[in-house]
Design a protein around this ligand. Structure first.
Ligand code: BJW
Length: 247
């Protein structure tokens, strides 16, 4: 189901406190693969073989080869027009905080003022033995695969792996934003990974409208209070912002 762009643009223009909640589909047109979409990693690999602490302990080389390729690829990509549209929307709507499940850092690179990272980031890695020892995750660190702490233990990327709790402060901030927003743009997420997927439901419970932008239907599609725009984020978001404030 796809609701009208015009109606969605009117709702966005009237919104006083919009917030965005994004997932892997947001970065697809920047050239970053999703997890469960058409080209998704989890269609090629088993999630538990790459995104778990157990996998890092059992086979750090395989896990780090994957993270290293992703990190180096991320350095070569740019935020697309949809990212810039969210930044522009923030200028009209007194800031537009972004809650993201992505670890690629593209919202910050695009210029979004507040970015709440629920699943960590690829900016740093820490020691699997002594968690307080943290290191910038860069080419130098990746000179050896798997990278090691000076104490000899394997490092782990500072992302949230399956079975791990989400960092408390970002999750609290995300729920606070969900409770106080009047519109949540939910972009490019399959809405299957919890507890992050609770965030749009919290917004709905607190009376906000949800505007979903996705190439495919999700569990949110058709729910009361949810409008859906079917299409790629890089095309739909600029059109939406253009229609909301420029026409
Ligand atoms: C486009 C587009 C375009 C394409 N434009 N759209 C059973 C029930 C409920 C929960 C569980 C359960 N069994 C286990 C759990 C818990 C588990 C979970 O949710 N599992 C489910 C998969 C079943 N969750 C956890 O383990 C979490 N931790 C936890 O629960 O801790 C509990 C605890 C408490 C206290 C102490 C100890 C423990 C942690 C979850 C960590 C997720 N990690 C990953 C990888 C790490 C980061 C990284 O390396 O990048 O995070 S997995 C992966 O999925 C990644 C993503 O952030 C996350 C969400 O995926 P996302 O963003 O939605 O992407 P996709 O690929 O799924 O969807 C893309 C969407 O875009 C699709 O809809 C496309 O159609 C669309 N799209 N192109 C717009 N151009």
């Amino acid at each position: 189901m796809s609701d009208g762009l015009e109606r969605a643009a009117a709702v966005l223009a009237a919104s006083r406190r919009p917030v965005a909640f994004t997932g892997a589909g947001m970065s697809k047109e920047s050239g970053i693969r999703t997890f469960r979409g058409e080209d998704g990693y989890w269609r090629q690999y088993r999630a538990e073989d790459l995104a778990s602490l157990e996998a890092i302990r059992r086979d750090p080389r395989t896990v780090w080869t994957w993270y290293s390729q992703r990190l180096l690829h991320n350095e070569s990509v740019q935020p697309h027009a949809g990212y810039l549209a969210l930044v522009e929307a923030g200028e009209y709507a007194d800031g537009l905080p972004v809650i993201t499940q992505n670890v690629d850092g593209l919202h910050a690179r695009a210029g979004s003022r507040e970015v709440v990272e629920l699943h960590g980031s690829l900016r740093s890695a820490s020691c699997t033995r002594e968690v307080s020892r943290s290191f910038p995750l860069n080419r130098e660190l990746l000179g050896e695969i798997p990278p090691r702490c000076p104490c000899g233990a394997a490092l782990r990327p500072d992302v949230v792996l399956f079975g791990e709790p989400l960092p408390a402060a970002p999750m609290e901030r995300a729920l606070e934003l969900a409770a106080s927003c009047d519109l949540m743009l939910v972009v490019g997420t399959s809405m299957v990974v919890y507890p992050a997927a609770m965030v749009p439901y919290r917004a709905l419970e607190e009376g906000a409208e949800v505007l979903e932008v996705n190439t495919e239907p999700t569990v949110l599609t058709g729910e009361p209070g949810v409008m859906s725009l079917r299409g790629p984020a890089g095309g739909v978001l600029p059109e939406l912002v253009d229609m909301a404030w420029r026409s």
